[in-house]
Design a protein around this ligand. Sequence first.
Ligand SMILES: Nc1nc2c(ncn2[C@@H]2O[C@H](COP(=O)(O)OP(=O)(O)OP(=O)(O)O)[C@@H](O)[C@H]2O)c(=O)[nH]1
Ligand SMILES: [Mg+2]
Length: 624
Amino acid sequence: MYTVGTAGHVDHGKSTLVKALTGIDPDRLPEEKEREMTIDLGFAHLTLPNGQHVSIVDVPGHERFIKNMLAGVGGIDLALLVIAADEGVMPQTREHLAILDLLQVQHGLVALTKRDLVEPDWLALVSDEIAETLQGTALENAQILPVSSTSGEGLQELTRAMAELLSQVPERRDLDQPRLPVDRVFTLAGFGTVVTGTLIDGSLRLGEEVEILPQRKRSRVRGLQTHNRKVELAPPGGRTAVNLAGLTLEDVRRGNVVARPGQLKPTRAVDVKLRLIPEALRGLENNDEVDLFAGAAEALARVTLLEGKQLRPGEHGWVRLRLQEPLPLAKGDKFIVRLPSPSATIGGGEVVDTAPRLHHRFRAQTLAWLQSLEAGSPEQILLQTMPGDQPIERTLALKRSGLSPDQAEESLRTLIDSDQALELDSHLISASAWSALTIRLERDLHDYHHRFPLRPGMPKEELKSRLGLPLKLFNAALGEWARAGRIAERGALVAAAGFQLKLAPDTQRKLDRALELMRQKPYSPPAETELGLNPEELALLLGRGTLTRVSDNVLFDSAAYQRMLDGTVEHVSKQGKITLAEFRDLWDTSRKYAQAFLEHLDERKITRRVGDERVLGPAARRSA
Ligand SMILES: Nc1nc2c(ncn2[C@@H]2O[C@H](COP(=O)(O)OP(=O)(O)OP(=O)(O)O)[C@@H](O)[C@H]2O)c(=O)[nH]1
Ligand SMILES: [Mg+2]
């Protein structure tokens, strides 16, 4: 799946060419038809002579709508730079070309439109001018093809050239990490909210759960289309429309990203390699404000120069961008920066670190780190596959790294040995993600102990769901934390290391008094409501095993309970049976206690009821 994007000055014939090629008018807004000018992105699709299906994104040329152009140009494989033969190279020809160059769009063609309006001599002159303009840009070697959308002349040559060029474009990488930068949101009657964009880095599947970033709204892929056809699976590279279950128009907007839950973390700071174009209106200094465009998103950002005091037009350097709002960026994302006012494109580059350490006191270290990140040592490449705060499956991480199996294993060893990553039950987690998870653990335990000071620990089940880990991983993590001395495990409970139940003297006195009451009449003890304990205090005594519950409203002191259990089993062993009345007499208690206790023994299968009598049950031997 490939996506072609138009580019070029206003009125040079981009939309007319798209319509001539595809039969689809990309200008869909009434206002666009009225003004005969593209305002927002338009979309069409085409089957090339070689059978290849391509999507087309048509952008506006007018300077005022440059932001819409930037939202559409992000995911394209091939640029169709449209230049009208009668006007030649104009300001937005240059600006769009600079943008394509900064975004490193490697493949392109020049459609020299309106050839029907000029003489052959003029055509040759304009072609020369264009070739000169392309010098030194990513489109330096682009073919220049004269066409006329009105007469149809040259259109066949153009589609043939597109097919040939696309056959050289490598397949879109599939990292199994689908990202859809949303460039359009609309509702369809009976379907709800639909978003469109150019899908990158993975496939989306019908029915799968997704997350809308940066707002982290969950949804599900309720419908999926490419080229106006329903599909079960949308592969990377193509224009994709996703019907999002349960979302309204307010929940998602242009610039958002649809991804798998937990896959991407919005960030407020990125370290980038930034290049300023020679024609930039001015250079950049620390704290300057720029408009950042990446994917279909736009955000204000402040500049911190990581080397030198200024970056001049034509120069490049390492820069930290602090974003006014978080964006879900990934390493390798290309971006454009513009001056907010006067509004102008000044440069662009590539995201290198999406989680920079915020205090770079040691600038030399930061720069060394960025350089190695950019160069991509195998260890760093592997580490990049472990983003977010959730562990990732070992095999998946190794696969996503794109390293050879041997190289990946070796790099993983290095990462683990140098404490940069951790292996947990065949999952991997980076050291920074692990410490984030540990901080969450400690906060959760601390909160729990604070809320329930009389409980010896938090139920593991509750902690597991708070941390959102599957069972096996959770157990592996607990083992790791226990070894590191951060937690103490107490059966089904976990406590923070060093947590001690400390009872206030008042509480201790209350507990002592309640136990005394219980022990005064061990076999006919008071009901729990008569003990003067609150639920937490009662739970403490039950949890410690001081009291034992036999029914909803009957409790015994545990020592008395054990005596009754042993005595009753002994009685039944000798006599072969016990009745309610015999039990009552044996323990000098009332019918209420006798019934509760015997039913409890039935439940534990220590006794078995036969008519009005109990005989020994299958569990009697074990309890004796
Ligand atoms: N004679 C002639 N006219 C053309 C040709 N291509 C486009 N036009 C005319 O040029 C005008 C502008 O064409 P559009 O396709 O709207 O230009 P555009 O590049 O999409 O403009 P924006 O989207 O606003 O940037 C229209 O009136 C078209 O009919 C061509 O090949 N020959
Ligand atoms: Mg147009």
